[in-house]
Design a protein around this ligand. Structure first.
Ligand SMILES: Nc1ncnc2c1ncn2[C@@H]1O[C@H](COP(=O)(O)OP(=O)(O)OP(=O)(O)O)[C@@H](O)[C@H]1O
Ligand SMILES: [Mg+2]
Length: 508
């Protein structure tokens, strides 16, 4: 007996393994579809510093008796997509504009298409895309994904004039789902997205016509991320060979300084001397052995003089915006934030931002409430497997900071990086890289220390107040009693004494 062999396309692979991307059942798929489209919209605005205005509408599909088929529409005011790229951007798996070293939400070239593919396989319908880059034309496409070929099928294409120079994208399609079950996660997702993008206006209309508005509280936006070259510590043989193919450098010395992040003339010279290959050698003439030797030497254990990656290319939220987001959402009694210094893992720069909130509307759950974000995306599933939960539960001595069971405390952990180490393409939880873990731990310890100072003060004020209350209650009686005992008539005035004690309390 012989086995039959065949090849499948990437679309076919993800069609068969939908759960890898978060499309495993009608509830989760509904959440994932909304999330992927909202994230594409946010990217399309933020990269061009456009304050995002995103409209999400989910409605029951007409003519369906069983109410499990919905129509989803997501519209944004982002950059728009040039018409020649629209079909592939929405109809070809693993096609995208974000395969660069840059901090964006999208990474895999998969999310939006998985949503459309899921819609197609559950309702047998096509997707509508309307988009304009802000010139004089608006394009409309109706497409389907040819799963076996991994190609878009264009069913309709037309354009109309764009007198108002509108720019943005509208994506609309039908999908099977279970909104009543998905609702808590969808609303939580939108709420947390608004928390970490406090400059975005997000409107959501649910199938029963209920309107949810998450309005921006500031016009200030973080500076957009810039693109960087790979850092030597993150390089492997494949990347190195592709770089040689694309390069016009005639010497290895020039190749190293042009194509690697933070490699200047001096470092390149020192490195090449360390490896023992001449800087004058043409990179295209390197032998396979020399390539392997070069790449193997680009590890911190072998050559430790490469400067760490520059985090200027990242776009963290900033202490100010994170605090605004927390204030807006939780209206806490106390809030502290800390942006950690830039750091790097395997040649990828990252910045960790931490926030802590106490009181106000902060949930009073048994453990510490954790809000996790990566490149400004809320992560709502698989919290137990995430590095931040591990740090909070196992590595912080909360009692030391006066936080005990039932203290209403929430911690925010935001990781920004040109490459977030997600454990799956569903982008739900982050691997525990020691460098990242260390930054999270130090950051939480610092904000928790500030919270503990606030709590100590609060406890001491409460104690003083209680003391003054007792004095206020009993001092008149003591004064009266001692006057009588001393055989005097005039009761001394105790007001100045109480006033001075109140003053002391205020000072603490
Ligand atoms: N609303 C939008 N506005 C502008 N461009 C968009 C929009 N939605 C998608 N795109 C373009 O389509 C491409 C594919 O989107 P898709 O969500 O499939 O992948 P991705 O965002 O690149 O990666 P990920 O799989 O991580 O989401 C994007 O890279 C982007 O160039
Ligand atoms: Mg995407």
């Amino acid at each position: 007996m012989s086995e039959s062999f065949r090849e499948i396309s990437p679309a076919d692979f993800f069609y068969r393994n939908r759960d890898l991307a978060g499309f495993n059942n009608p509830t989760r798929s509904m959440y994932s579809a909304i999330r992927e489209l909202v994230e594409n919209s946010l990217d399309a605005c933020e990269l061009y510093r456009i304050p995002p205005k995103i409209y999400v509408r989910l409605s029951y599909e007409e003519n369906y008796e069983k109410r499990n088929v919905y129509r989803l529409k997501v519209a944004d005011n982002g950059s728009g997509i040039p018409p020649e790229y629209i079909p592939s951007a929405f109809g070809q798996i693993l096609y995208g504009s974000k395969y660069k070293l840059r901090q964006v939400r999208g990474t895999f070239g998969l999310g939006g298409k998985m949503a459309i593919l899921y819609g197609q396989i559950t309702t047998h319908s096509s997707a509508y895309i309307i988009s304009s880059v802000g010139n004089n034309k608006i394009y409309e496409f109706e497409i389907r994904i040819d799963i076996q070929k991994n190609r878009p099928e264009i069913l309709k294409k037309k354009f109309r004039s764009n007198r108002r120079k509108w720019h943005g994208t509208v994506v609309e399609f039908s999908l099977e789902g279970d909104y009543p079950k998905a609702m808590p996660k969808v609303l939580e997702y939108l709420r947390q997205t608004a928390m970490v993008n406090p400059y975005a206006d997000i409107t959501f209309v649910d199938p029963r016509g209920r309107l949810y508005m998450f309005e921006g509280v500031t016009k200030k936006m973080p500076k957009p991320p810039s693109e960087i070259e790979p850092h030597p510590y993150g390089c492997d043989v494949e990347i190195f060979m592709r770089m040689i193919d694309d390069s016009r450098s005639k010497s290895l010395q020039d190749f190293m300084t042009t194509h690697f992040h933070r490699v200047g003339k001096k470092t390149a010279k020192r490195f090449l001397k360390h490896v023992g290959i001449s800087g004058r050698k043409n990179p295209k003439k390197l032998t396979p052995n020399e390539i392997v030797q070069l790449v193997q030497s680009m590890k911190p254990e072998s050559f430790k003089y490469f400067l760490p990656p520059d985090a200027n290319c990242l776009s963290p939220l900033s202490n100010e915006l994170l605090e605004m987001g927390l204030q807006k959402d939780l209206n806490p009694e106390f809030v502290a934030t800390e942006q950690r210094n830039p750091s790097a893992y395997s040649g990828y720069p990252f910045i960790v931002e931490i926030g802590i909130a106490y009181g106000g509307n902060t949930p009073n759950s048994p453990g510490i409430t954790l809000y996790r974000f990566a490149n400004k995306i809320p992560l709502l599933y698989d919290e137990a497997s995430d590095v931040s939960r591990k740090v909070i539960n196992n590595e912080i001595n909360w009692n030391y900071y006066k936080v005990t069971q039932g203290t209403p405390v929430a911690v925010v952990v935001h990781i920004c990086s040109t490459k977030v180490p997600y454990k799956t393409v569903g982008k739900e939880f982050i691997a525990d890289r020691p460098e990242i873990e260390r930054e999270i731990k130090n950051g939480i310890n610092n904000v928790a220390r500030r919270l503990s100072r606030y709590l100590s003060k609060k406890i001491s004020i409460a104690y003083q107040k209680q003391r003054v209350n007792i004095f206020q209650k009993y001092l008149p009686k003591i004064a009266q009693f001692s006057t009588k005992l001393a055989g005097k008539k005039k009761i001394p005035n105790i007001e100045p004494l109480v006033r001075s004690m109140m003053h002391e309390t205020k000072k603490t």
